[in-house]
Design a protein around this ligand. Sequence first.
Ligand SMILES: [Zn+2]
Ligand SMILES: [Zn+2]
Length: 90
Amino acid sequence: MSDKPYKMACSDDNCGWIGDSNKILTAPDPFNPGQDLRACPDCRYQTLHTCCDEPLCYNQDTCGTPTPTGYRRTCGKHVPKLWRSPSPTT
Ligand SMILES: [Zn+2]
Ligand SMILES: [Zn+2]
């Protein structure tokens, strides 16, 4: 368990919990041996999502962009524009 905690947020409108990944509830997933179910520590729904890499942004990280300084996971708003690789045309 050397993973650094990362930001997570609850998608439930009535909850809105945000916090570190080491604060969430986990339980072994009976349907996927070796995997964990992850639930919000406040509302206990499995409505958590990982967050955009921007420090103050808690939108879901829907985009993954490789950059010279590492892989960035961001929401659509914060995609690193400078490093967007030219789309290869096939
Ligand atoms: Zn919640
Ligand atoms: Zn963002």
